[in-house]
Design a binder for this molecule. Structure first.
Ligand SMILES: [Zn+2]
Length: 68
């Protein structure tokens, strides 16, 4: 694995915010945001434009989009 970690844009349509976080922090950042701001509802998500690309690359490894 490279140490030069890519950052991933997270968007929240409800808050109208966009934040970039390191790839390894994405799941945590999403959980924190949604827990803190939206009572655990999964509103914030990885930028949909990137999601498709990420899904191919790493999502399966990280299990980001696999949570029930
Ligand atoms: Zn939000």
């Amino acid at each position: 694995m490279s140490t030069d970690e890519p950052s991933v844009p997270i968007v929240c349509t409800d808050c109208e915010t966009e934040t970039s976080v390191p790839l390894s922090d994405v799941a945590d950042a999403l959980a924190k945001h949604n827990d803190g701001k939206h009572d655990g509802e999964e509103i914030a998500e990885v930028d949909p434009a990137l999601k498709d690309q990420l899904a191919d690359l790493v999502a399966e490894d990280l299990g980001l989009f696999d949570e029930a």
